[in-house]
Design a protein around this ligand. Structure first.
Ligand code: AMP
Ligand code: ZN
Length: 114
């Protein structure tokens, strides 16, 4: 059994509120939502964070963008707008070491983030 939490979700060993499964990615609701819509989009493949992406991961990033667009439409926030964030390392606020993109929407986002 893989030790990584998100690899366990990909494997189906831990339950998650999965919204969509793609060829290379998976999208599920964040367990502690920070906005009315808070979805995590992750690669099925284990990558620690964006620093591990290489040119071969182009299709993965394209699928991630398409996934975000599809979820935004299905959640009704395509027009109101949304934010996509990925945290890297301790100062970036990363707490799960499996690459994930937060899709946040349904409220006005502040800038700069705290
Ligand atoms: P980060 O702090 O950027 O690494 O984001 C990790 C995110 O994963 C946080 O927003 C957590 O609320 C979320 N999270 C942790 N465990 C789970 C889980 N089992 N299912 C869904 N989301 C989770
Ligand atoms: Zn993993």
């Amino acid at each position: 059994m893989p030790s990584c939490l998100f690899c366990q979700i990909v494997a189906g060993n831990i339950d998650a509120d999965v919204l969509r499964i793609g060829e290379l990615t998976l999208a599920f609701r964040d367990i502690r939502p920070q906005a009315p819509v808070h979805v995590l989009i992750i690669p099925k493949e284990h990558l620690a964070n964006v620093a591990e992406l290489t040119p071969e991961h182009g299709p993965l990033l394209v699928e991630t963008a398409g996934m975000a667009k599809w979820i935004a439409a299905s959640e009704g926030i395509a027009e109101s707008g949304y934010r996509i964030v990925t945290n890297t390392g301790p100062d970036g606020g990363q707490t799960v070491d499996h690459l994930h993109f937060h899709l946040l929407g349904g409220r006005q986002m502040t800038w700069p983030p705290g």
